[in-house]
Design a binder for this molecule. Sequence first.
Ligand SMILES: Cc1ncc(COP(=O)(O)O)c(C=O)c1O
Length: 379
Amino acid sequence: MKVRLFKPCVGEEELAQIKEVFDISWLGMGGKVPEFENKWKAFIGATAAMGVNSATAALQLAIGAFGFPKGKKVLVPAQTFVSTALAPLHNGLDVKFVDADEETLGMSVEDLERKYDEECVAVMPVHFGGHPVKMDAVVEFANAKGLKVIEDCAHTQGGEYQGKKLGTFGDVGCFSFEEKKGMTTGDGGMLVSDDEALVERLRPTRWLGIDKDTWKRSAGYTQTGEQDAYHWYYEIDHAGFKFNMNNLAAAIGLAQMEKLDWMNERKARAIGRYMEGLSDVEEARPIVPFDLDGYSSYWIFGLRVPKRDELILHLKAKEIATSVHYTPLPMHPLFKDHKEPCPVAEKAYGEMVTLPLFPEISDEEIDYVVEHVRTFYGK
Ligand SMILES: Cc1ncc(COP(=O)(O)O)c(C=O)c1O
């Protein structure tokens, strides 16, 4: 048996949505984008949402929205994907790395308090693997210090903390719909906020700085019988980015949203089966303390284990795909000048392994992976 690590759950529903886009022959930014934005903001419970072409773009726009003075610092977890740290760097800011919480591998609130200094202007918690960061504590600390909070929700699409959707605790929440994520649009992302004015300010920035997008200009002129010889006219008052979501991606997103609850439920069930199958393997500690009561949206299932590299090779021999998420950012050459100690993230890095998880993973596939982890540890 061959077991994949990730597998997007796409089929007839997505094809039907894509067909609608083909039928009107409008593949770029168009009417499906606001439709998807409205559906997403209702699901998440935010006042405003803006579709972009990745979470990387959403994070960059979110940090840029506050106009922080160049050279200030943003508190970023050591245990994350590089996009979190690129957002400050591309905005002329520096990063200050915060260590992981030993139990959850999310941002450690104690280390956040230690690493903070007066040059810090924002904090970017990442719900690692889909496990919620203690957002009440982070927001309380951020408010006390005047820090903006940008939640990186790339690993969760609908997960909750204390009954409230992740992405709604901070000033801005940023989601990923990249192909391996809990829900996909191929590539794509969404920025949400309760600050509607902030999101409206960013709309032209995602579209090169142009104040009226092509869809709006054309829809007004061609579909409403409007008489305006200057319907094509637009202005640019700042240097924006080509970060927009397109109609094809939004169409896929609309279809994916219809099955999102089901996909999240399926993953929770799969994680439960893994945990049960491995419960007596002392060496196999779940990578995060998976909490499957209530609404969860986990992205990965993984373990923290001794002899991690040997386990990876053992599973490879059985055609089971694995990975490691992630090398802590301070260990990359890009951050060689950042000497902040992050011992928890570095220790966990040597023990982590990501195992197959996706909504349509079968019981047989899970049991096959479990069996080979068990035999590796002599069970
Ligand atoms: C924590 C985190 N933030 C941001 C991103 C970037 O997402 P995207 O690929 O949509 O730009 C990722 C992607 O893996 C991620 O893991």
